[in-house]
Design a protein around this ligand. Structure first.
Ligand code: ATP
Ligand code: MG
Length: 503
């Protein structure tokens, strides 16, 4: 039963973690959340699987023994019960300390997991920066702090046994003295006194288990506080709302205001229209709010005011699940999950996908050539975070994934890292395949992308300061002019240079 309780809790917590909103993950470090899931639930598991049975057994034998003792000699039993408040007076403060200690211990464990998670996942950066010894010290400090807390916990636990034994032995002396007196006056038979003492042993032994249970329970209470607060945090209900069937409609953002932290608006009064099937390029200085705008459209965050419409409906009315299923998002850094190439292309599809479909998507994404050259083809393991693939290969896998989903709406965060000229051409062509016939929003870093776009939005400091085609903006918007001449042309020139060198 104990194991079952923990499994159920873990399932509930895991479901919750997947449903928590993006702002939760902005606020909490991944290592911390991992530790809540693994270490904190393990404390609870220790309690239910090891101490609960001892506690129940203890209570049964204690209650049984007390009943028999009351029948044997109720006066002596009442004297004996005086031990209960004495024990409680010792155990309650110890329990409180245990609760506080457990809280610090679990926080420290979470901190340690965070360090491990951060350092190990960026091990290349650590090595390249010669930061091994620095990171060792950071981890060591955490380990030492865990050691100190662990020793304090051990001390408390080491105290409990002797204290309980001391109280119980005192009781034994009291009973033998008082009982001996009663035997000498003839009020009690010698046989009854022996029976009494034997039953007393039945109380002393489980008393240890029971107190151990209480202190462990305090520890578990401390450890589960964070779990409880996670379970009570805001969550997304992805299935709530209408189902969006036709995404080939005009999308409008109307007076959207958004701030990550109150008072610091990142998007201010943003309004624009995305015509169905047209390409809109978003450009602007770094930190202007372009990625934020994408997150708002994905509904990772809820804007403070303003709304997003599709056709005549408010997007809020559609379920997150059906809205997101209409969007293909190709982010800048091309995230990859561990598994095979096939798993990665078909990731998130809610139906069986045939090999032909996957191969077709890879073909359209210009990924088939390199995949076929790999020894295991589509069954090649890509390694953690796609470590075994190059940047351009990862991008094309991302594009193939988006193609397979066949979304009505496409959001692209054009990569800034320049690829080699050949991959660049492939990625560019793959993107053109992907954009065909879809409402596309692209964060552009290349002049060629904006020149081809049907509409350009210029975002600076969270405001849209220019809307129009490349030619129109060149004429009317001075900052865009500068931007196009410097930033965008540089990106294109680099590309040209690399092409000519390559040739
Ligand atoms: N999760 C977040 N929490 C708090 N602030 C954030 C968060 N993400 C971005 N910001 C802030 O919001 C502002 C806009 O960031 P955003 O990532 O949207 O810029 P961007 O236009 O995409 O820039 P770039 O071209 O460099 O990618 C920045 O000032 C940034 O510091
Ligand atoms: Mg960005």
């Amino acid at each position: 039963m104990g194991q079952d309780v923990v499994a159920k809790l873990r399932e509930r917590l895991w479901k919750k973690l997947l449903e928590l909103t993006i702002p939760y993950y902005d606020k909490h470090r991944t290592g911390d959340t991992i530790s809540r899931m693994t270490n904190d639930t393990a404390i609870l598991k220790g309690l239910v699987s090891e101490h609960v049975t001892g506690f129940i057994n203890g209570v049964i034998s204690m209650v049984g023994a007390i009943i028999i003792l009351l029948l044997l000699d109720w006066k002596m039993t009442l004297i004996m019960l005086a031990a209960i408040p004495v024990t409680a007076a010792v155990i309650i403060p110890l329990g409180r300390t245990m609760l506080k200690l457990s809280r610090s211990l679990q926080d420290e464990t979470a901190g340690f997991t965070t360090i491990l998670n951060q350092v190990l996942s960026e091990i290349r950066l650590v090595k390249a920066s010669n930061a091994e010894s620095r990171e060792f010290v950071t981890g060591q400090r955490s380990i030492q702090s865990l050691l100190r807390l662990g020793i304090r916990e051990g001390k408390i636990q080491a105290f409990i046994g002797p204290i309980i034994s001391f109280v119980m032995m005192g009781l034994m002396v009291l009973i033998i003295g008082y009982g001996g007196m009663r035997v000498s006056t003839g009020a009690l038979s010698a046989g009854d006194l022996v029976a009494f003492i034997l039953y007393l042993v039945q109380i002393i032994l489980p008393m240890n288990q029971i107190t151990m249970f209480f202190t462990q329970m305090q520890k578990a209470v401390g450890a589960t506080e964070r779990i409880v607060s996670i379970l009570n945090d805001d969550q997304e209900n992805v299935h709530e709302g209408k189902t969006l069937t036709n995404a080939a409609q005009t999308i409008r953002l109307e007076h959207v205001y958004f701030a990550y932290t109150e008072g610091e608006e990142v998007l201010k009064d943003v309004s624009f229209t995305l015509e169905s099937g047209k390409v809109t390029a978003v450009v602007g200085p770094s930190g202007g709010g372009k990625t934020t705008l994408f997150s708002i459209i994905e509904r990772f965050y809820i804007p403070q005011s303003g709304k997003m419409m599709i056709g005549t409906d408010n997007v809020q009315d559609f379920s997150l699940q059906s809205w997101r299923s209409q969007i293909g998002y190709v982010p800048q850094e091309s995230p990859i999950i561990a598994g095979t190439i096939r798993d990665n292309i078909s990731y998130g599809m809610d139906r069986e996908v045939s090999d032909t479909e996957i191969e077709h998507a890879a073909y359209m994404a210009y990924a088939d050539i390199f995949i076929n050259e790999l020894p295991d083809g589509y069954a090649t393991e890509v390694g953690e975070r796609g470590m075994k693939l190059s940047g351009g290969q990862r991008q094309r896998i991302s594009i193939a994934r988006a193609l397979l989903r066949n979304p009505g709406i496409l959001m692209l965060d054009e990569a800034t890292s320049s690829l080699d000229s050949q991959s660049e051409v492939f990625v560019q062509k793959a993107l053109q395949n992907l954009m065909k016939g879809r409402t596309t929003l692209v964060i552009a870093h290349r002049l060629s992308t904006v020149v081809d776009a049907d509409q350009i939005l210029f975002i600076e400091k969270g405001k849209i300061t220019g809307v129009g085609t490349h030619q129109e903006l060149l004429r009317s918007h001075t900052l865009y002019q500068e931007f196009a001449n410097q930033q965008l042309r540089i990106a294109d020139q680099e590309e040209d240079v690399s092409v000519s060198v390559d040739l």
